[in-house]
Structure formats: structure tokens, C-alpha cells
Design a protein. Structure first.
Length: 101
């Protein structure tokens, strides 16, 4: 007989209900889904998916109100006027290093 261990976790009730409904529709018991997730963590030596903000959650000009965009542009001009600026090559290198590009 395979030995098992108990896992206790706190989870939002609505998230739990929604996930269990989906798993039930797939015919996958919750304990099997958790076991599959843990196996994937071991296989991938980390999370088996990218952890990042969806693009729709990241601030960008298309999602800003006119007032928010105006304020952001004004802050940029204020930074330039105050000498708070860096050459593009330096910024690009910094971003490449930070995000392993």
C-alpha cells in the first residue's frame, strides 16, 4: 500500500468551489489534481507554468484615462527637466538583465 501524507491549505471558498466544479466535470478527484500538480512541480523543478501578470492587468497607455495618461506624461517631462534620465542603451541593458532577455 502506498503511504500518503495529509495536506492542509487555506483557500478562498469561491475559488475552491469553481475549481472543484471543473475537476468534477473532468472526472478528476481533487486529491488526484493536487498530486498531479505536485508531480509537475518536481518534474519542472519549479512551477509548471509562467507566473506573471496577464497583459490586461499591466498598466499601459491604452488602459489609462486621459487624466492618468496626462499625469504620467507630465511626470516624465518633470523627470527630464530635473535631469533624471538615462541613455536608452543603459535602460535596455538593465531591462535585459532584470528579465533575462
Amino acid at each position: 500500500m502506498v503511504k500518503t501524507a495529509n495536506l492542509y491549505a487555506r483557500i478562498e471558498p469561491e475559488l475552491k468551489k469553481e475549481a472543484e466544479t471543473i475537476l468534477g466535470g473532468l472526472g478528476v478527484p481533487v486529491s488526484n489534481a493536487i498530486n498531479m500538480f505536485y508531480r509537475q512541480i518536481v518534474i519542472h523543478r519549479g512551477l509548471p507554468f509562467a507566473v506573471q501578470f496577464p497583459a490586461r492587468l499591466l498598466p499601459n497607455a491604452a488602459m489609462m484615462t486621459d487624466a492618468e495618461l496626462d499625469a504620467e506624461v507630465s511626470r516624465g517631462f518633470d523627470d527630464i527637466a530635473a535631469g533624471r534620465k538615462r541613455p536608452l542603451k543603459e535602460v535596455a541593458a538593465s531591462l535585459a538583465q532584470e528579465f533575462s532577455l
